[in-house]
Design a protein around this ligand. Structure first.
Ligand code: GLC
Ligand code: GLC
Length: 651
């Protein structure tokens, strides 16, 4: 958009650019800067316009984008241009992701590059390698407490190894996803060290206070994330005799985004990694980016403005790079991370679908789909050119953050229902087969989250222990059922390393003093590659799971109705144990797939007559894309075995 004030500022900035920047050929850079400048200026002005140094900061911002562009290789720029032309590329059903820790999956980054064929074997073509940057031993929060944003942790490799990974991936059309931890640094980061040595400029990178006055005001409304291990949101720092804001662990110092220098530093880091060949950046803990007294300091409007500004700036330099929002917050809040008041995504193109994840686990515990239906119905429609990351498990805990109104509408009392879920997944509820661990129990509110591997939560660990074939089969079927939903729901399915092999809980963290107070380590296993060979041996759990998922992935990729264009219709079917939705290809509506899944431990029936008038011709015959067979049918009813799913097309 053309607007006089910003345009004349842009002209002034271009005149002031460093000579070495002006000398470069910046054609694409200038066209994108011109297109985005009004938005960039408006956002930057809203956030920082009150400052005397606003214009200098604005110049610094433009220089940062320009330097990022100059450092971008022609190969990456070629990819940018290709993706600009094919701008819906990431909505395709072709993408299937996996998240992993380098040292859980391989020995090192180099070894990870050698293991690329494993991804191909399963059909994975988007790999999220969890934090790989320097962080202090023992105070790392699993890599999310970074002490150097530009240096790879030497225990797993160096930049050269990462380039090799990126190259191996690119050859095979696998997308590389890396984390950018925007919200905080380790207290051992250079900025924090300088702040500790008394440098006021770096103290302004964080939130530091001489006494409890301001911290106490903040505390009145800020929830605690790790209240068992790290109570409170502030930590006393001896060196400076100040209170520092530390929302997560006491060694993770929150960055102060009301300081434009922080924003520009982090943008520079984003562009640095974009230029190393990263396709997608996972922006960690984005809900926390803006702190405000009197508010929970989560999902603040300015947090969104910061993300919009990051996106607009990144598009100028590296438009082919996508952002994933990791905001594990209430359903109505999550959706805002695509950008509000816009038609196409203006913040992050991809967001974790934490709502669906929690709802799926509710279905497993209750064996019914009441809340799952309610929650999906109330999931707001996404913007165009935005997509979900649909997952069942990840490296973190599970929070049952459903909307309380949905819980009530499903006939439950929210407090009692959440307690039931925690009891169920921690195995305390009557004969529950789940083996999860209670995480961060809050005695006052009774709130808690759950940790545990997918396999252990789905009952595989307990079933293997009792060597009960029926229970083993039931847990395998639950695992497949959950995947059948994330693969067909609309969005990019994200598998978690180990889940395709049925890896159960890893209790070894309990013997490590730096991990023992964080039970999320129970679901961050190390893959045993000898055991993983069993995926090739018929009759093993590994074989069954791996090959079923491999097949599901292959079929997903061939099914155009599974691409994500807000093309899903939930069907009410009068059976509270089943979930049923239709996916269709918006360009070729005849290409439709009806997904039905049974969350019950007993067989269930789908009465085809209930589909009457819903666009499904129940006189037609159906075939299941997954098994290639027609479903068992009796008297206009389709029969689903316990935990069975169908992907049906009409023939
Ligand atoms: C994210 C990460 C989690 C980490 C937190 C703080 O939620 O997924 O593992 O503890 O951010 O960085
Ligand atoms: C995330 C989430 C929270 C989670 C935490 C640590 O940012 O907001 O739900 O428990 O980090 O895993």
């Amino acid at each position: 958009m053309y607007e006089q004030v910003s345009h004349s500022l842009l002209n002034a900035i271009l005149d002031d650019l460093k000579p070495e920047i002006r000398r470069q050929n910046l054609r694409h850079f200038y066209t994108r800067l011109g297109a985005n400048f009004y938005a960039i200026y408006s956002l930057f002005f809203t956030l920082y316009g009150h400052r005397e140094d606003f214009k200098e900061q604005m110049l610094r911002l433009v220089e940062t984008m320009a330097e990022g562009y100059i450092n971008r290789s022609s190969e990456l720029e070629g990819i940018d241009i290709q993706r600009e032309q094919d701008h819906n590329w990431f909505l395709s059903q072709n993408w299937v992701g996996m998240a992993l820790y380098t040292n859980g999956f391989a020995e090192s980054l180099d070894d990870l590059a050698d293991k690329t064929p494993y991804f191909q074997e399963l059909g994975i073509n988007m790999v999220h390698i969890m934090p790989i940057l320097m962080c202090p031993a023992g105070k790392s929060d699993g890599g999310y407490a970074i002490s150097n944003f530009r240096q790879i942790d030497d225990r797993i490799g160096d930049l050269k190894d990462l380039h090799r990974v990126a190259e191996e991936f690119r050859k095979r059309d696998i997308l590389l996803v890396l984390d950018i931890v925007l919200n905080h640094t380790s207290d051992e980061h250079e900025w924090a060290q300088k702040a500790m040595s008394g440098d006021p400029c770096y103290q302004d990178y964080y939130f530091m206070f001489d006494n409890r006055e301001v911290p106490d005001m903040f505390e009145q409304n800020m929830p605690e994330i790790f209240h068992e291990s790290d109570p409170g949101n502030f930590t006393w720092n001896e060196e400076t005799q100040k209170w520092v804001m530390t929302v997560f662990h006491n060694y993770q110092w929150d960055l102060n985004y009301s300081n434009p220098a922080v924003f520009i530093e982090m943008l520079d880091i984003i562009l640095f990694w974009a230029n190393q060949g990263v396709d997608v950046l996972r922006l960690d803990a984005v809900a926390f980016l803006w702190k405000k007294i009197g508010a929970a300091s989560q999902n603040e409007r300015n947090a969104h403005l910061i993300l919009q500004l990051m996106k607009d700036c990144c598009q100028v330099t590296a438009p082919g790079v996508l952002f994933i929002a990791e905001a594990i917050v209430a359903p109505v809040e999550i959706i805002k991370y695509f950008g509000e008041d816009a038609i196409i995504a203006k913040e992050c193109e991809i967001a974790y679908n934490a709502t669906l994840m929690a709802l799926l686990w509710d279905g497993i515990a209750t064996k019914n789909t009441k809340l799952l239906y309610q929650g999906i119905k109330n999931l707001p429609d996404k913007l165009e050119r935005a997509t979900w990351l649909n997952y069942v498990r990840c490296h973190d805990d599970i929070g049952f953050g459903f909307d309380d109104n949905d819980v009530r509408a499903s006939g439950y009392e929210p407090f009692a229902h959440r307690k039931f879920l925690v009891d169920y997944f921690s195995g305390k509820f009557n004969a529950s087969p789940a083996r999860g661990m209670v995480f961060m129990l809050n005695d006052e509110t009774g709130d808690a989250r759950i940790c545990g591997s997918l396999a252990s939560l789905a009952g595989l660990e307990s079933a293997l222990e009792s060597d009960d074939q029926t229970l083993i089969l039931a847990s395998i079927n639950k695992i497949l059922l959950l995947h059948s939903i994330i693969m067909s729901f609309g969005g990019i399915p994200l598998l978690y390393s180990g889940d395709a092999l049925g890896v159960t809980n890893d209790y070894s963290y309990q013997d490590n003093p730096s991990k023992s107070d964080d039970s999320r380590w129970v679901n961050r296993p190390t893959i045993n590659w000898e055991r993983a060979e069993l995926r090739k041996k018929q009759g093993t759990v590994e074989y069954t799971l791996f090959n079923a998922l491999k097949k599901m992935i292959a079929i997903r990729k061939e099914t155009s109705a599974f691409a994500d264009f807000n093309n899903r219709e939930l069907l009410d079917i009068n059976n509270e144990h089943l979930i049923c939705f239709v996916r269709f290809n918006p360009l070729r509506p005849a290409e439709r797939v009806m997904v039905i899944a049974n969350f019950d431990a007993k067989p269930q029936y789908l009465d085809l007559e209930t589909l009457n008038g819903k666009g499904i011709n129940f006189y037609n015959h159906f075939v299941d894309l997954y098994s290639g067979r027609s479903p068992a049918q009796h008297d206009r009813q389709i029969i689903l075995q316990p935990y069975q799913f169908y992907w049906l097309t009409e023939i």
